[in-house]
Design a protein around this ligand. Structure first.
Ligand code: SF4
Length: 381
């Protein structure tokens, strides 16, 4: 497997105010009382109705924003389903509670819709670590490769790609391209790229980006935790380092590991992904126990801070502010250069079409199996 050396991105760079994690944490909404939360949630429900807007939330955002999305006819999901849901929904205004690339993806897929986010500075270390100009030069240097990029990238990077993928479908798409004899240029997550390369055997050239949350999970500490809970199943998102993935019972996207928590015959799970997911896991699998995978060694004061500072910038109060001001202000609106959007939509649509075809195949084989059962034991008259 080939890799390319890319200079690390300094997330805490003092001049990079908007993207600095310290600044993101400083802008994280303050904790609210139960009364405040209840009052803000009621106001948001009323405003969403009045403004005819729909809320689409990621599994990593504040639990109240996840609940609100579901309670108001929106959606809480992974980035693949968020993109599909937003595109197919009839609402003219989408409120995306997540990070910026999710809002941009929604805008690219639905340029006629208004896309708003509670805080436009909510970004992602993978997006920051893959600047479009450097990435374009990288692609230009390898014209023989099919360019596959993860969803966690800017619109300009997606515009340069042949395919965009999410963690729930990336493995299938690379396997499909590998079967066609294609060589892959992959960006930006090195851990996910490496995992897919190992599983598919594809020829992949990897950009060296990482998620600052998943990169912190520690294999040695995870082994120690597993020794304390030998009966626990380990669920890991593939943005995690290889020695963490190696310990997993299930490796998958957020939706896939929630499904595993529901379906596996176990009562205890150790979860290596952003801890925002635990809200949905507990709701989907009540009575089961979920333990956060460790993110630091024994000497550290914080053993698990597995939460994305940019996802944490989404809150009830800034959502209310957005909804109250949206008629007179475009401060929270996502814009994508139409020329870039027109190019980027091709790579995203390819993935959505591939996912829809896969879903249809799975459904057809389930129907066939069901038919087989119906006719079990029925022979010629
Ligand atoms: S959790 Fe990681 S991949 Fe997800 S938005 Fe945050 S930094 Fe990006």
């Amino acid at each position: 497997m080939q890799t390319i050396e890319i200079k690390p991105v300094e997330y805490e760079h003092p001049q990079d105010g908007a993207s600095c994690t310290a600044r993101a944490w400083a802008r994280t909404p303050a904790p609210l009382t139960a009364e405040q939360r209840s009052s803000l949630k009621a106001r948001i429900k009323q405003l969403l109705k009045e403004k005819q807007a729909v809320l689409v939330s990621h599994y990593y955002v504040d639990a109240d924003l996840q609940d609100l999305a579901e309670e108001t006819g929106g959606c809480v999901s992974d980035s693949l389903e968020m993109a599909r849901f937003g595109r197919d929904h009839s609402a003219k205004t989408l409120i995306v509670a997540g990070v910026r690339f999710m809002g941009e993806t929604a805008k690219i897929l639905s340029p006629e819709k208004r896309i708003l986010m509670p805080d436009l500075d909510a970004t992602c270390s993978l997006d920051l670590g893959c600047p479009a100009d450097e990435f374009t030069a990288f692609c230009d240097a390898h014209p023989d490769r099919t360019v596959v990029v993860y969803a966690n990238t800017s619109a300009a990077v997606k515009a340069r790609a042949d395919w965009m993928v999410t963690s729930s479908i990336g493995l299938d798409i690379v396997a499909h391209l590998h079967a066609q004899g294609k060589k892959i240029l992959w960006a930006p997550d090195k851990h996910l790229g490496s995992y897919i390369q190992k599983k598919t055997g594809a020829d992949m050239l990897l950009w060296q980006g990482s998620c600052l949350v998943h990169d912190e999970f520690k294999g040695v500490e995870l082994e120690l935790l597993k020794a304390q809970y030998p009966e626990a199943k380990i669920l890991v998102h593939p943005e995690s380092p290889a020695n963490v993935v190696a310990l997993a019972d299930v490796v998958g996207s957020t939706t896939q590991i929630i499904d595993a928590a529901v379906n596996l015959p176990a009562d205890t799970f150790i979860v290596a992904t952003d801890n925002g997911i635990l809200h949905k896991m507990r709701a989907a699998a009540p009575g089961k126990r979920f333990i956060e995978a460790p993110t630091a060694g024994n000497s550290a004061t914080c053993k698990s801070c597995a939460h994305c500072p940019w996802m944490a910038m989404n809150g009830l109060q800034n959502l209310v502010d957005l909804l109250e001001n949206m008629d007179n202000s475009s401060a929270n609106e996502i814009h994508v250069d139409p020329a870039i959007g027109q190019k980027a939509v091709t790579s995203i649509t390819r993935m959505l079409d591939f996912a829809a075809a896969k879903k249809a195949r799975v459904q057809a084989s389930a129907d066939l199996a069901q038919e087989g059962k119906l006719f079990d034991g029925i022979g010629p008259a």
